[in-house]
Design a protein around this ligand. Structure first.
Ligand code: SF4
Ligand code: SF4
Length: 364
């Protein structure tokens, strides 16, 4: 059965405040049954607060509207992000005075407040679910939709899998893919053909001549493998999807700490940039602002968000100089990062987190 996804478009039909995105967002929130989800509940609002010179995270106007709506529904909200990230919130204007709720480190001040959960996926045997998530009664996964070098897209799944766990678990999810790239030091004669043929600039060599790959920038194009005259490089292609599968499975472990019907997913599709907000800077929008999607189904939310970011709407010249669009067909983030952004959605659906079929209900 198709899941309902509410959609507030960023397009403005008439030049009046009621036709703009914050007003539509408020009407979207008013139309949801927040009382049944949040009344008398302690509600975690999971955000990515960005850092340093970044200016394209979710605008505080939207955070303030969401916090007010949760309070109106009888809930007690708090904003949360990584234990070592929340100090950066003030730099983007997220303060309690502005947004109306406190901002708490997700795993306590030292990232030592967590609950261990087994997931037994390859080398990821267990994950540390952050204490401020596991001990909350309800959650709003309030995500900024943008590109991501490791998984193509950073939306709701990434916000949970990378953001609702400890730093140690985040590293172990990344390590799911790190193990799948191999280099034969005995065969390599340091001709650097691989480095010259790498379109992502991902390959470097240490002073000691050790081959290194910055996986974030790797597009898995296999050029290094095929261009190496000594067959010194190998990539196990099936390993490419382990990171994304690991994210979906971690997401499930986090969501299992909540009772049914206690989690709402809202993804803000404005300032859609190629890089994650963790980089500490912003680059121009790749496409015109899309709007906001919301649902109680994470898979439908993620699928709808991705479907709404269209390669044909790409704004020429918006990509930073180091990045380029691949010529083959596919999603915009596939063309930029060479990683299928739908993989984590596919796995999330397979493990029962929701439906990829959705029906859009547009907010007027
Ligand atoms: S192309 Fe092959 S032989 Fe040449 S530097 Fe790279 S790994 Fe070594
Ligand atoms: S697979 Fe492609 S992008 Fe990745 S390191 Fe090799 S050449 Fe670079």
């Amino acid at each position: 059965m198709a899941s309902e996804v509410r959609f507030a478009s960023a397009k403005v039909k008439h030049l009046r405040a009621e036709d703009t995105l914050p007003a539509k967002f408020q009407r979207m929130l008013n139309g949801l049954d927040l009382k049944s989800m949040f009344d008398e509940k302690r509600v975690a609002v999971k955000m990515h607060v960005g850092s340093y010179f970044g200016y394209t995270t979710i605008h505080p106007v939207f955070v303030r509207l969401l916090v007010a709506a949760i309070k109106d529904a009888g809930g007690n909200p708090f904003i949360t992000d990584g234990s070592f990230s929340v100090a950066n919130a003030v730099g983007r204007g997220y303060t309690e005075e502005v947004i109306g709720a406190p901002i708490l480190p997700i795993g306590g001040a030292q990232d030592k407040y967590y609950y261990e959960k087994p997931i037994n996926f390859r080398s990821l045997e267990k994950v540390h679910v952050a204490g401020n998530i596991a001990d909350a009664d309800a959650m709003v996964v309030f995500s900024h939709g943008k590109g991501h070098g490791h998984c193509g897209f950073g939306g709701a799944i990434k916000n949970i899998a990378m953001g609702c766990v400890t730093v140690q678990t985040r590293g172990r999810i990344h390590a799911l893919i790190d193990t799948e790239f191999s280099w034969n030091s005995d065969a390599c004669r340091h001709c650097y053909v691989c480095r010259e043929n790498c379109p992502g600039g991902a390959i470097s060599f240490t002073d000691e001549g050790e081959f290194q790959v910055f996986l974030h920038n790797c597009r898995y194009c296999m050029h290094c493998v095929t261009s190496c005259p000594e067959n010194a490089i190998d990539i196990r292609e099936e390993g490419i999807r382990y990171f994304q599968e690991g994210m979906a499975r971690t997401t499930k472990a986090v969501l299992e700490t909540f009772e049914p019907n206690r989690v709402l997913y809202i993804t803000v599709l404005t300032n859609i940039t190629p890089l994650c907000d963790c980089w500490g800077f912003s680059t121009p929008s790749l496409v015109p602002d899309v709007g906001i999607v919301a649902s109680d189904d994470i898979v439908a939310t993620e699928q709808a968000a991705l479907d709404s970011i269209k390669a044909e709407n790409y704004i020429e010249g918006s990509l930073p100089a180091q990045l380029e669009l691949a010529e083959e067909d596919g999603h915009l983030f596939w063309k930029i990062w060479g990683k299928d952004p739908y993989l984590q959605v596919e796995t999330a659906a397979e493990i029962g987190l929701g439906s990829r079929d959705y029906q859009i209900v547009e907010i007027e």
